[in-house]
Design a protein around this ligand. Structure first.
Ligand SMILES: O=C(O)C(=O)C[C@]1(C(=O)O)C=C[C@@H](O)C=C1
Length: 401
């Protein structure tokens, strides 16, 4: 089963051509479309596969339930934390599930990201969508929900870091939500140790940050005697917590900009374990890019896919050979145990007496150079489909820096 069309893509409205934002939202206020949905538009989107939202239930859901969320859309306040939460999404839309086009909806140039203002993800969001309004979201999934529910037109999510490796939670969400990768950006992550003004390094007993940032500064913080490391939702959120609570025994691992935003001083800069510390983000949209644009744009493209394999010897080798045979350059491979169906039980030995062998059932995520508009990419995916019970194209997009 291929769940995004190969090779044809559903045309989208590219960001560059979006009209002026419908509303000028005041800071901390998020306005969402207020009119009820057009069931015809929604049905068309469901049929085309362009609509976004958690699956598998959505594709078979009656139109009424698909549209349910749109009826209650209205302006909401982001609250004292200034951050969008799952509960606020549900309050604004009546649901966390997939949304659809509301009548009279005009796109708002807003890009969702996970974390508080000052998070590295905010830098990535603004690098991907310069001049757009950034929308801070409490968790990764809230950013997916914000895009699904038309509260944002793009979302920027981290997928891998040069020190910490892949960010698996985002890979899992890419599978659960029917959104499309339309771009990528990388950010140089330069961590600072931030503390309230006047706090000496020796007085710090707790270091707070995002788990990835704690991992990226592991050697540094291990050299701080008696320090306890505490994981929080994001780097900038750690700085904010320290400032709000006046914690003089704590420091945050976060960006210089987070320190400036929340009034913390830089105790030490560039504390990441390796000087080069780069995080790659994908940019998501509800619609895929138009495949044919890749042929005329003259820029190199990348395609991201996810697939499962039949059981049997050499299946992964066969899967990878569909790219090698066509000289297609694979830039990334990642495997994740299938959450829904994680174990394969094989029979005990025929001679009897053995116990069943248990191994993992995997999903494979691959990025390769090339666009879906190119015949060799289409042929490779057709070939892969012969041995992959499940195959989905996550997106075909210009290579970013
Ligand atoms: O906490 C932040 O500032 C984020 O943007 C999240 C995040 C991540 O999830 O990897 C992004 C970049 C850095 O690698 C550290 C943390």
């Amino acid at each position: 089963m291929i769940t995004a069309g190969i090779p044809q893509c559903v045309p989208c409205r590219p960001a560059a051509r979006l009209t002026k934002p419908r509303c000028q939202a005041t800071p901390n206020t998020l306005e969402a479309p207020s009119s009820s949905s057009s069931s015809a538009q929604a049905a068309e989107r469901v049929a085309s596969g362009a609509a976004a939202g958690p699956r598998p239930a959505a594709s078979s859901a009656p139109a009424g339930s698909w549209l349910r969320g749109q009826a209650g859309l209205r302006g909401i306040s982001l609250g004292p934390g200034g951050i969008l939460t799952s509960a606020l999404v549900a309050e604004a839309t009546g649901t966390n599930e997939a949304g659809a086009v509301a009548d009279g909806y005009r796109p708002i140039n807003r890009v969702a990201y996970q974390g508080a203002p000052g998070a590295y993800s905010e830098m990535a969001a603004l690098k991907a969508c310069p001049g757009w309004e950034p929308l801070p979201c409490e968790q990764f999934e809230v950013a997916f929900q914000a895009l699904t529910q038309w509260m944002a037109e793009r979302a920027a999510l981290p997928v891998e870091n040069s020190l910490g490796g892949s960010i698996h939670a985002v890979y899992d969400l890419l599978l659960r939500y029917r959104l499309h990768i339309v771009g990528e950006v990388s950010i140089d992550v330069r961590h600072c140790l931030l503390a309230l003004p006047g706090v000496e390094k020796g007085a710090i007993k707790r270091v707070l940050s995002h788990p990835q940032a704690l991992a990226q500064t592991d050697s540094y913080t291990r050299r701080m005697p008696g320090v306890v490391r505490e994981a929080v939702d994001d780097t900038a959120g750690a700085a904010k917590l320290i400032a709000e609570n006046g914690w003089r025994d704590a420091a945050a691992v976060a960006s210089r900009r987070a320190g400036e935003l929340y009034g913390l001083d830089v105790v030490e800069e560039d504390i990441q374990d390796m000087k080069d510390n780069v995080t790659r983000f994908v940019v998501l949209s509800r619609d895929p890019l138009v495949a044919s644009d890749a042929l005329t744009s003259g820029v190199p493209y990348k395609t991201s896919i996810v697939f499962s394999l039949q059981e049997g010897p050499g299946m992964l080798f066969k899967a990878l050979s569909v790219f090698a045979l066509r000289d297609i350059d694979m830039t990334k491979i990642e495997s994740r145990p299938m959450r829904e169906n994680p174990l394969i039980l094989s029979d005990p030995s025929p001679s009897g007496g053995g116990t069943a062998q248990r191994s993992f059932n995997y999903l494979f995520y691959i990025d390769f150079m090339g666009s879906l508009a190119q015949p060799q990419a289409q042929n490779a995916l057709r070939h892969l489909q012969e041995i992959a019970p499940f195959l989905r194209v996550l997106g075909s997009y210009p290579v970013g820096g």
